[in-house]
Design a protein around this ligand. Structure first.
Ligand code: NDP
Length: 434
């Protein structure tokens, strides 16, 4: 706390992991040695840089860019870029810290990193987005590379932004290193099923959790927050598995459609026209819009999938969900539940899947994109989707086994944290004090 004053989100993420690790230290005291804990919370590198760009009126604007290269003990740094006005060092460090353990859980050789800028893409023209991305990459390109650090998308960074970032990297570097970014367009090294991976993976994981308890998505009512990349494909897969998704949101408000959300409308509004979710009710007048995104959790549902942002479910929202009979919560977003919300879910025996396990499908398919780029091959949608399903099942099983082995059966928070930690800590110990 003294070393990182005011970094509230980063301290929250560290506390969640460290609270889980006590049984590891009791059973294997060697993990207390070698300065593992002191080293693991200190990023290998945190880059902060100026991003100047010119808006459409000719005015010079300046944003702050970040990249945290947190841990490279099991592979090159890997993690998304977030463009959102709330981005600061604490947000980037919490995301980078989570990413270390998430990436280890996938079983693939990728280290932890994250980055972004306090830039708000909302309301900007295509040209402004392009100029911003080019300026951002003009600084970042010195520090990344296919075997060094491989960024991808996150909030506010989708295929359009990755395209502009890749174009500028290629121009500065002078070589076509496809593997330097993931989430690329399909025409220049992107992987089929990457766009769907985080949302589909979220649903695959939660389906495992439900199946083990005699339930399933089929016939259940689902609420999904957000209406971005993760939310849209979580809604799509949940619907394919027979669920009815009745609500989704953006940062302005939520829509409730008792007949089930019409996904093609949401996709067009959000992916093509870049409009607000409020517009949905113009086309589906029986649906309701409420201008308060946080009250989406007051809608009764069997399964809640928070897929928007950090700390979107606090204790009050958790209590509402519990009172309304929620059976399972799966975190598609990173750290969407506060620590006291998680405690309430556990106390009331709600099945709970933590983000670093549930949403690991995105980075897993990013690693598969890197593998395809290295081989100069592209796999079919089905091939990637089958691999994604296997990876999600493995993460579920590994987390359950670890929870059992360390005396907290069925606690996926503890299981996922310990499984991720052991992989990384073993690699750090093997590589000496670096
Ligand atoms: P997008 O930018 O595509 O979508 C984000 C959605 O969440 C939008 O609907 C956005 O609404 C909403 N949102 C963002 N900030 C807030 C806020 N402060 N309050 C309420 N709603 C908000 O991002 P992604 O779908 O890619 O990411 C969503 C979450 O999933 C993040 O936590 C991200 O870190 C996590 N994640 C993403 C992965 C990926 O592959 N993309 C992989 C693993 C995790 P609005 O348009 O109004 O801002």
């Amino acid at each position: 706390q003294e070393r990182n004053p005011f970094e509230v989100e980063f301290l929250q993420a560290v506390k969640e992991i460290f609270d889980s690790l006590l049984p590891v230290f009791i059973k294997n005291p060697q993990y207390m040695e070698n300065g593992i804990l002191e080293r693991i919370v200190e990023p290998e590198r945190l880059l902060i840089f100026r991003v100047p760009w010119v808006d459409d009126t000719g005015k010079v604007r300046v944003n702050r860019g970040f990249r945290v290269q947190f841990n490279s003990s099991i592979g090159p740094y890997k993690g998304g870029l977030r463009f959102h006005p709330t981005v600061n060092a604490s947000i980037i460090k919490f995301l980078g810290f989570e990413q270390i353990f998430k990436n280890a859980l996938t079983g693939l050789p990728i280290g932890g990193g994250k980055g972004g800028a306090d830039f708000d893409p909302k309301g900007k023209s295509d040209q402004e987005i392009m100029r911003f991305c080019q300026s951002f990459m003009t600084e970042l390109y010195k520090y990344i590379g296919p075997d060094k650090d491989v960024p991808a998308g996150d909030i506010g960074v989708g295929a359009r932004e990755i395209g502009y970032l890749f174009g500028q990297y290629k121009r500065l570097e002078g070589d076509f290193h496809a593997g330097v970014l993931t989430g690329k367009g399909l025409g220049y090294g992107g992987s089929l099923a990457r766009k769907e991976a985080t949302g589909y993976g979220t649903v695959y994981f939660v389906e495992e959790m439900l199946k083990a308890n005699g339930m399933s998505f089929s016939g259940s009512t689902v609420v999904v927050s957000g209406s971005g990349n993760v939310s849209i494909y979580a809604m799509e897969k949940a619907t394919q598995l027979g669920a009815k998704v009745v609500a989704c949101s953006d940062s302005d408000g939520y829509i409730y459609d008792p007949f089930g959300i019409n996904l093609s409308t949401v996709k067009r509004l959000k992916e093509v026209e870049r409009k607000r979710i409020e517009e949905y009710v113009n086309e589906h007048p029986h649906a309701q819009y409420s201008p308060d995104c946080s009250s989406i959790w007051s809608i009764p549902c069997d399964i809640a999938l928070p897929c928007a942002t950090q700390n979107e479910i606090n204790a009050d929202s958790a209590l509402l969900l519990i009172e309304n009979g929620v059976k399972a919560v799966g975190e598609g977003a990173n750290m969407p539940s506060t620590l006291d919300a998680i405690e309430l879910f556990h106390k009331h025996h709600v099945l709970f899947g933590p983000g670093k396990a549930v949403n690991a499908g995105g980075v897993a398919v990013s690693a598969l994109e890197m593998a395809q780029n290295s081989m100069r091959l592209s796999w079919s949608f089905e091939e990637v989707d089958v691999k994604l399903q296997e990876i999600m099942k493995n993460i579920y099983q590994k987390s359950m086994e670890c929870a059992e082995e360390y005396g907290q059966p069925n606690n996926l928070v503890v299981g996922a944290n310990i499984a991720g930690f052991l992989t990384v800590a073993d690699a750090m110990i093997a590589q000496g004090v670096i």
